[in-house]
Design a protein around this ligand. Structure first.
Ligand code: AMP
Length: 280
């Protein structure tokens, strides 16, 4: 299948409608570029479940609550395309900000579930930006499925909630987190880590693994979390935002392992904000 690039809503929509009319299934992989093996895992998953895969590349300005993070966001389109041609992706949709947010744009999607917790507490407005842009992409591209990484678990959670609440006709497919050999979760922002920061970064995952082990060994949850958080803080490298055990189902704080839970962490190394989560 030849690799196509589309820049406008009409182009991508009519192409996908054509495929659907031919009886082909379509899966969507939304990204902000700076492609890495995590994105490639989503693409692989999409290729497994659909006849045609559409990757979107759009650095969505409305989900950045920090200007510097937006202006320094890693990635360039040519490098991303070089990676995409090695996959079976059928089309890249890379709209401009003007296509996505023409003059006069004034609508937003707000999901209340998980408001005020985890990343929402530290990045006000971020998830409104995410849900709004995803709602737009789902409407522009009539795919049956869209793949999202568990790495951004709260994002996956709010998008699923939105799809259910607004009866969007798309199925959300979660894909497990891809990590470096030392445990660091792949992220486009990792490119901004200095050598020293890159060496410190895997501590986060290590502490998560140790904390999960302590909990399974019977250490009280509150003690295990305290221990983990203080280990991260004692390194002196990180600005810790949260280190919390929450129920997978509704992201409420978990005080027991009666149902599936996940351990969530967010911490900054200098100006680079890292997030991660693991199942417990
Ligand atoms: P981004 O380009 O960072 O907005 O991410 C686009 C998609 O890739 C999102 O669904 C992310 O959850 C997913 N993703 C990012 N990093 C990883 C990773 N290390 N493993 C799996 N999926 C990821």
């Amino acid at each position: 299948v030849p690799f196509e690039i589309h820049r406008t809503v009409d182009e991508i929509r009519s192409r996908v409608v054509e495929w659907r009319n031919e009886g082909l299934s379509v899966s969507l992989v939304p990204t902000m570029g700076g492609l890495h093996a995590g994105h490639l895992a989503l693409i692989k998953h999409a290729e497994m479940i659909a006849d045609r895969v559409v990757v979107t590349l759009f650095v969505n300005p409305t989900q950045f609550n920090n200007r510097e993070d937006l202006t320094t966001y890693p990635g360039n389109e040519v490098d991303d395309m070089k990676q995409l041609v090695t996959t079976g992706v059928a089309a890249l949709y890379a709209p401009s900000p003007e296509v996505m947010y023409p003059k006069g744009f004034s609508t937003a999607v707000h999901v209340d579930a998980s408001a005020g917790i985890l990343c929402d507490r530290h990045r006000p407005g971020h998830f409104d930006g995410v849900t709004t842009v995803c709602a737009k992409l789902f409407n522009q591209i009539p795919a049956q499925t869209a793949c999202f990484g568990e790495k951004d678990y709260q994002q996956l959670f709010v998008i699923r909630r939105m799809v259910e609440d607004l009866n969007l006709s798309i199925l959300i497919e979660p894909v497990p987190t891809i990590r470096e050999e030392d445990g660091l979760a792949l992220s486009s922002r990792n490119a901004r880590l200095s050598k020293e920061q890159r060496e410190a970064a895997p501590i986060l995952h290590q502490v998560m693994i140790d904390t999960v082990a302590s909990i399974h060994d019977g250490l009280p949850i509150s003690k295990a979390l305290e221990q983990g958080a203080s280990t991260i803080e004692r390194t002196g490298c990180f600005e810790l935002e949260y280190f919390e055990l929450r129920r997978q189902r509704d992201l409420d704080l978990a005080h027991s392992l009666d149902e599936p839970c996940r351990l969530f962490v967010a911490a900054s190394l200098g100006t680079v904000r890292l997030i991660d989560n693991v199942a417990v």
